[in-house]
Design a protein around this ligand. Structure first.
Ligand code: NAP
Length: 445
């Protein structure tokens, strides 16, 4: 391990970090361009991230004026790292090559390896000459919206920017590394009451759910709203449940096991549907949907909360979208950010137009939304759904578990942190939020 990382671990002051030399390389998790066809012809489920995600030393690039080097104490597994690792729907090297054509600084990203990871909690090691709001030694988390602030379309809502990207997915030098490269406008303060690994699992999923069900850019929940949440104990779902509760709404969480249902109830979600127990068959065969089964789900929701959902939090995609559009109440909204089970979606449009429903697309969040979502974590009003922690060397196994839906909530990954449980600087706030509440997902795992 490098000297500067040892200094970070020892809590050295900023001056010492600034005086210590940066290493030429960093340990990182990456996929390789020469392996991007390795799974060709295989079924998705057989494509194994343990084969494609490598851990090794890679060179640190030169720092651009608007960037920072961050010592990553912990990171997390997001589904986008699963997509990168199985080269679906496309190998991510195409994204890097496109970025490489945009500018001299962009060129650094178009490499034969792609360092992945879209979350990080850590310490700023260096800032570029144009960085004003952050300095060496700052303790931070990272949000993954990567935008060019010289692009006019990035102003207003930066998620509308024509060249908006997700860091560590559509850019190189991501968070699953000991040292990552970020733009300064990705940095946010680390919640002081959380450990490194608890702080590292929120940036991507928390911000995504915030935009979907809190921000005016999504489908904001108001008091009394009933919200059906697919995958309610998963990454984005577990944040959505908390936001709906905070807004005075009623979440109806869908999960696939009694253990997950118990965990959700402890989080405060009273109404839970176990989709495995109910054995919904929304598709009678790969080409035909079954309206009677959509209706059965609708009845189950009414039996729990007395009416149809005002909002459906969608992301499984092909397997559930027909049902989601059907069960949403007249005038309600289906807000979607993904299509895990398939992106060629089918639903009965009559149920959409005749009942004046809206399908709202949503993608990650802008910096303002990510900042607001992070502040709610800092205030202890949203808790991290950390369920398990892996070493950086075990990233392939961690991604495999997410790929096969064997996890709950979020999986944290220790990068430069020596062990779990470090990084808390506000134990009083931690005690106020409550150890029990902060560890719901770990205790149920
Ligand atoms: P996750 O932790 O794996 O959670 C997804 C949950 O969805 C699972 O826990 C599972 O819950 C449920 N699920 C999976 N397949 C399903 C199916 N066929 N039918 C019904 N439920 C199903 O993943 P995540 O981090 O929450 O991400 C979910 C999706 O959103 C991924 O595709 C990811 O790429 C995407 N995403 C998009 C953005 C964005 O900015 N656009 C941001 C974050 C995530 P049960 O088995 O318990 O029902």
């Amino acid at each position: 391990m490098t000297d500067i990382i040892d200094l970070v671990r020892a809590g050295a002051p900023a001056e010492e970090l600034a005086a210590a030399p940066l290493p030429a390389t960093t340990r990182a998790v990456f996929v390789r361009r020469d392996e991007q066809a390795m799974f060709e012809g295989m079924a998705s489920a057989d494509k194994d991230p343990r084969q494609s995600l490598h851990v090794g030393e890679v060179p640190l690039p030169e720092l651009a004026p608007d960037e920072a080097f961050v010592a990553v104490m912990a990171s997390s597994i997001n589904f986008n790292t699963v997509w990168t690792s199985i080269f679906e729907p496309l190998p991510t090297f195409g994204f890097l090559d496109r970025l490489g054509k945009e500018s001299a600084w962009g060129k650094r990203h178009a490499l034969d390896y792609h360092v992945v990871g879209s979350d990080a909690a850590g310490v700023v090691l260096r800032v570029g000459s144009a960085v004003r709001n952050w300095k060496v030694g700052d303790v931070v988390t990272v949000q993954c919206n990567y935008v060019d602030d010289q692009d006019p379309s990035a102003h207003d809502d930066s998620m509308m920017a024509s060249n908006q990207r997700i860091w560590g997915f559509e850019t190189n030098f991501g968070g699953l590394a000991d040292i990552a490269v970020v733009k300064a406008n990705q940095l946010m303060p680390k919640p002081a009451h959380l450990t490194w690994e608890e702080a590292a699992v929120n940036g991507l999923c928390n911000s995504t759910s915030y935009r979907m069900v809190v921000s005016r850019n999504g489908a904001p929940v108001t008091q009394g709203d009933r919200v059906l949440i697919w995958g309610a104990s998963g990454g984005i779902g577990s944040f959505a449940v908390q936001y709906v509760l905070n807004a005075g709404g009623t979440p109806i969480g869908v999960v696939s096991s009694p253990e997950k249902a118990a965990m959700l109830r402890e989080l405060g979600c009273e109404h839970v549907i176990d989709r495995r127990e109910k054995n919904y068959q929304f598709w009678s065969d790969p080409h035909t949907q079954n309206e009677a089964e959509w209706r059965r789900l609708g009845k189950d929701i009414r039996a729990l909360v007395g009416d149809d959902p005002d909002i459906v939090f969608e992301h499984p995609g092909r397997s559930t979208m027909g049902a989601s559009v059907f069960v949403t109440r007249r005038g309600g909204t289906i807000v979607t950010c993904a299509a895990t089970s398939g992106y060629m979606i089918e639903y009965d449009n009559r149920h959409l137009w005749m009942k004046l429903k809206t399908i709202k697309g949503s993608h990650f969040s802008n910096y303002r939304e990510a900042w607001a979502a992070n502040q709610l974590i800092c205030d202890g009003r949203i808790v991290p759904p950390l369920s398990a922690v892996f070493e950086l060397e075990q990233t392939g196994e961690a991604a495999y578990q997410v790929h096969h839906n064997q996890h709950e909530g979020k999986i944290g990954v220790l990068c430069a942190a020596e062990r779990e449980g470090l990084g808390v600087t506000d134990p009083e706030l931690r005690a106020r939020v409550g150890e029990d509440r902060l560890t719901i997902f770990r205790r149920h795992n």
